[in-house]
Ligand binder design. Structure first.
Ligand SMILES: Cc1ncc(COP(=O)(O)O)c(C=O)c1O
Length: 207
């Protein structure tokens, strides 16, 4: 701003890829509201956990953001790929990406119950991903999905305890949801070799 540039969007992250760290949405929202900057939240991984009451703290400030996305193919058991996007005011996106062509006309146009998703994105067509979301939700139910996420978090807690109890290892960031970041104490080469050996065994996948 001081350099005369006009910021248009701020992309915050709830659950970063490396350590599942969280941006302070309340602070960012105050600045974005003051400067009329679009505030988007990338909750690709952590978003699924927003469904848990015990994780309500993670949702703090979300009522002030303009858009949010999360991946159902992460915590929510939907087959790859499936990302959901929430918009406070979808009209802003629809006005930008509107595609009106005579060959796309149909009798339900303009009815809010039947959104025309061709106006919501840059590509015109899209796959019917909603079907697998519907099937997953109907099969497991909200409680089934919550139980799945809770189980992952609890398994990560157990693994965290094992790491803490073993003096050969150390945590490099606080455990967050299902993510435990740890290393072997000493030279980084030890950690690299351990990772390589685990990968070669092909029993588990680690990064
Ligand atoms: C924080 C974060 N954002 C975005 C992505 C990627 O999301 P997508 O595959 O939907 O682009 C990931 C990981 O896959 C992630 O951890």
């Amino acid at each position: 701003v001081a350099a005369g540039l006009i910021p248009v969007i701020c992309v915050a992250t709830l659950g970063t890829t490396g350590t599942c760290a969280y941006d302070d949405i309340e602070s960012l929202a105050s600045i974005c509201e003051e400067k009329s900057v679009w505030l988007h939240v990338d909750a690709a991984y952590a978003g699924g956990a927003f469904a848990l009451e015990e994780c309500s703290e993670l949702r703090r400030g979300l009522e002030r953001v303009d858009s949010l996305n999360f991946n159902l193919h992460k915590f929510m058991l939907v087959n790859f790929d499936c990302a959901a996007m929430w918009l406070r005011d979808a009209n802003k996106v629809i006005d930008s990406f509107n595609v009106d062509r005579i060959y796309l006309k149909h009798k339900h146009e303009g009815q809010t119950q039947i959104p025309d998703f061709r106006h919501w994105q840059i590509p015109l067509g899209r796959r019917f991903r909603a079907l697998k979301v519907w099937i997953t939700f109907r099969t497991l139910g909200a409680e089934g999905l919550r139980a799945h996420i809770r189980k992952h978090i609890s398994l990560a807690g157990q693994f965290e305890d094992l790491v803490k109890a073993d003096e050969r290892f150390e945590l490099i960031a606080p455990r967050a949801l299902g993510l435990v970041c740890f290393r072997a104490k000493g030279d980084n080469e030890i950690t690299s070799q351990l990772l390589q050996r685990l990968m070669d065994r092909k029993k588990i996948y680690m990064v």
